[in-house]
Design a protein around this ligand. Structure first.
Ligand SMILES: O=C(O)c1cc(C(=O)O)c2c(n1)C(=O)C(=O)c1cc(C(=O)O)[nH]c1-2
Length: 229
């Protein structure tokens, strides 16, 4: 099989958008205002685990990458989520969202609401980044190409649907929307540049497909955890 040109390769990657978690039934319910406060809390507490592990995933990519220009670029992601100080990072903004939906920091940080299958799915993502070639791990993050649109919609829908949620409670998303759109394009450029054989291109497509499964599995587990009780 011959190598795809840049357009064909990008189209193949973008073509996985139908597998993205935007269409998951639990996300549909979240956006339609169909979740009660307890279900929203379970969603926020479980997503915390994903958010909290992203910097370790990105550190794994850096540790596997021999190219200084890529490491330099990737470092910004860790700083974005962890912040330069305790109060200015994405993780802190996610914790504020948790508080806004009625969770204490303590019960988020001690993971008492974490569903086992959410942990397994997120850990699989981090292990993927630890064990696969760096460019495949970078490609698995390309779900960010699909995330900007979904997050924009989430802010509009959540403000319309849950009258006790205020704009400032959603700072995690409003802050992330621009970053994610820019990073999605930069990541795509990186993957197109460094996947030079058909085998590497196929591995990148498989990595993005794997990541769609990670996210989908997380929401399956969150949906089950929310349905209990
Ligand atoms: O709210 C969302 O729907 C959403 C999705 C994703 C994603 O598609 O993985 C990320 C984020 N948010 C996000 O905020 C984020 O920081 C992020 C990092 C990554 C990644 O794989 O490195 N995905 C995502």
């Amino acid at each position: 099989m011959s190598r795809l040109n840049a357009d064909e390769f990008s189209t193949a990657l973008r073509g996985l958008s139908h597998r993205y978690w935007g269409t998951h039934p639990f996300h549909r319910r979240l956006h339609e205002g169909d979740l009660d406060e307890r279900e929203l809390r379970i969603w926020a507490a479980n997503r915390w685990y994903y958010q909290s592990m992203i910097p370790q995933k990105d550190a794994a990519i850096i540790s596997n990458c021999p190219l200084p220009q890529v490491r330099r670029q990737w470092l910004d992601r860790i700083v974005y989520h962890d912040g330069r100080t305790e109060t200015d990072g994405g993780l802190e903004r996610w914790l504020r969202l948790c508080e806004a939906v009625g969770l204490s920091r303590e019960e988020v940080l001690d993971q008492r609401h974490l569903a086992p299958a959410v942990r397994f799915a997120v850990d699989a993502y981090v292990n993927f980044a630890r064990t696969r070639p760096w460019v495949e791990a970078v490609a698995s993050g390309l779900t960010e190409m699909f995330a900007g649109h979904l997050m924009k919609q989430r802010v509009v829908d959540m403000l319309a649907a849950y009258d006790w949620i205020r704009t400032e409670d959603l700072a995690y998303f409003t802050n992330r929307i621009d970053a994610v759109s820019g990073e999605g394009q930069a990541t795509l450029d990186l993957v197109v540049e460094h996947c030079v054989t058909r085998e590497q291109q196929d591995a990148a497509i498989a990595a993005l497909s794997f990541k769609c499964d990670v996210l989908w599995s997380m929401l399956d587990a969150i949906e089950r955890a929310a349905a209990k009780q």
